[in-house]
Ligand binder design. Sequence first.
Ligand SMILES: Nc1nc2c(ncn2[C@@H]2O[C@H](COP(=O)(O)OP(=O)(O)OP(=O)(O)O)[C@@H](O)[C@H]2O)c(=O)[nH]1
Ligand SMILES: [Mg+2]
Length: 460
Amino acid sequence: MFVDDTISAVATALGEGAIGIIRLSGPRSCEIADRIFKAASGKRLEKYPPNTLVYGHIVDGNGVIVDETLVVFMRSPHSYTAENVVEIQAHGGIQSLKKILSLTYEAGARPAEPGEFTKRAFLNGRIDLAQAEAVMDIIKARSEVSLKLALRQQQGQLSKEIGLLRRRLLDIIVNLEAVIDYPEEDIEEVTFLNVKNTIYDVQSEISLLLNNAHTGKIMREGMKTVIIGRPNVGKSSLLNSLLREERAIVSEIPGTTRDVIEEQLLIDGIPLVLTDTAGIRDTDDYVEKIGVAKTKKILEEAELAVVVLDGAESLHDEDRDILEAVREKPYVIIVNKSDLTQAIDLAALKADFGAENIMQLSAMTSEGVDDFIAWLKKYVYGAGGQLEEGIYVQNARHEYLLKQASSALSDALAAAGNHVPYDCIIIDLRNAVEAIGFITGDTVSDEIINEIFARFCVGK
Ligand SMILES: Nc1nc2c(ncn2[C@@H]2O[C@H](COP(=O)(O)OP(=O)(O)OP(=O)(O)O)[C@@H](O)[C@H]2O)c(=O)[nH]1
Ligand SMILES: [Mg+2]
């Protein structure tokens, strides 16, 4: 899959900006740049030491100046793609960038495909697949924490761990194969017990990675959270209080919110996709009915349900129905209107649903909202309530593969437990090695590689 042509693309966002960058990568980068770039010094770009910023102009075939630029040449392998790379810093206007780009094509470059620069960095072995994927996560990071996690992955934290686990599994395979091939020789004593112990160890490490994947995914994609409850309990007021603005209409008339309101927000760095819904009740109002049906659908899709109850009233049958509906999924119960005299039987509620998932607050005065935020942080980060050092798998593909590997290791453990012949255990172990190899791209098909890079932007 090695490539010998030279690609070019605009690497910055297309729009009006102070500068825009055109990037070339491939063996002919410098030669192509020298055809369209005239340094003010009169020297050719290739005569400069690599990584020197050279001032000059881009000129077209007739010698007419197209733009004033700074140009840098990075020699293979010391570049983003590990190939010869030239970056042209031009004025950041769409016309000027398009013009320069077309000149690079005329001079012999071909248009880069989406993600092709990063793909080349991967194919040339400078980074592995997990690191390449992290590049995209860095660009798309929604929050500071998400950025931090993507950077850890791009620096190779996950890759290193995967490499170690892979090594350990390969060691067992090699040992088992040696025992099979040379049974008479006393190679290194491999017993079912130490095979089992090693597999068990590796599986525990994978479980640790999977435990953090929940946090990682929320950070990358945002946590789908739905606020539900019967009419008039203060759902829209809670949304507004979290947003610190009057986003949703609040009124004393039950059935105020009839449609779904979705907002993306960061609460103490946690990205939420928060939906306020129509209060659930039996209603004859046609529009409200549609709203209630939508609410039920959104509840199904949400990762977390925030059930709001009115603390100033005792539980209604509708409240009980809603509470029963969320039992199956992660939920938190907000007893709202704590500023009013309370009528709800809090003790009974706590006995039924667990005190740790219930909190009293007032969406009107915002008193107690901090407790809810603290609860959220624990839900997302675990008991510590904050991001820890270490690896947080953020990517659904990685999570899936880790689960595959773990299940293959369970099979291997079962086989070893039953004293099944070594060959059979080796098959399971190979499956696990293959699954985690897909993460870093040690074992992966062209098709998957193409699919991954197609999701990148052009110029990255
Ligand atoms: N005293 C008090 N009143 C509140 C509180 N939260 C909401 N309310 C009032 O309760 C009424 C209903 O509030 P909303 O936020 O519209 O309730 P909702 O659950 O969105 O109602 P629907 O959209 O009709 O389902 C309004 O009059 C609010 O001012 C609170 O914490 N304390
Ligand atoms: Mg409402």
